[in-house]
Design a binder for this molecule. Structure first.
Ligand code: CTP
Ligand code: MG
Length: 170
């Protein structure tokens, strides 16, 4: 699948922990284009896993995203975006800056996310959290368009996620 992105997009990656959002972001975007909620937790609290820092982290993230969009820079938000309220904030921000709100959802089978979770050391939360996220994401997918995302892509199989290409279009 070739993902065509307008030059001034605000891209929301959507997917449970382990879906491959950060891997995808690293593969297809410049490091400076990607604003990750984990990195912002790190910047505001010196601990990427500190959930008590989430509100401050997102405030800082959205501020920077707004600055970037104001300067005409494509921006990617690397966060779970499982809940509608989280996605809505991004859509509002995009509209404020006349950017195109885009959703790229990575929704591999939950077993894939769970296996990756088991293999990594940098995530402490329970498998149940991933199951919940995965279900919430799955239920969200069919609503993305009417929430206001102007373009949406849903990638399911790991092979499909790996094979995807991203292209900028004016
Ligand atoms: N991974 C993998 N093969 C892929 C994609 C990811 O083996 N095709 C591995 C990564 O190396 C990482 C783990 O799976 O150890 C999770 O991938 P990541 O991209 O970090 O997932 P995220 O969706 O970003 O997870 P989180 O929300 O927890 O940041
Ligand atoms: Mg990640």
């Amino acid at each position: 699948m070739n993902i065509e992105l307008p030059d001034l997009s605000l891209v929301c990656l959507v997917g449970a922990s382990g879906a491959g959002k950060s891997t995808f972001a690293q593969r297809h975007f410049r490091p400076t284009e990607v604003l990750s909620s984990d990195a912002f937790r790190g910047w505001v609290a010196d601990d990427e896993a500190d959930q008590s820092a989430t509100a401050d982290a997102f405030a800082a993230l959205f501020h920077l995203a707004g600055v970037r969009l104001g300067r005409g820079r494509l921006t990617v938000i690397d966060a779970t975006h499982a809940r509608r309220a989280d996605r809505e904030k991004a859509i509002v921000l995009a509209r404020e800056h006349h950017a195109v709100p885009v959703a790229i959802a990575l929704a591999p089978p939950v077993e894939v996310c769970l296996q990756r979770h088991a293999d990594r050391q940098d995530r402490e939360f329970a498998a149940r959290v991933i199951r919940d996220q995965s279900r919430t994401v799955e239920r969200s997918l069919k609503h993305l368009r009417k929430e206001g995302f102007r373009r949406t892509w849903v990638l399911r199989e790991p092979e499909q996620i790996d094979a995807a290409t991203v292209e900028r279009v004016p």
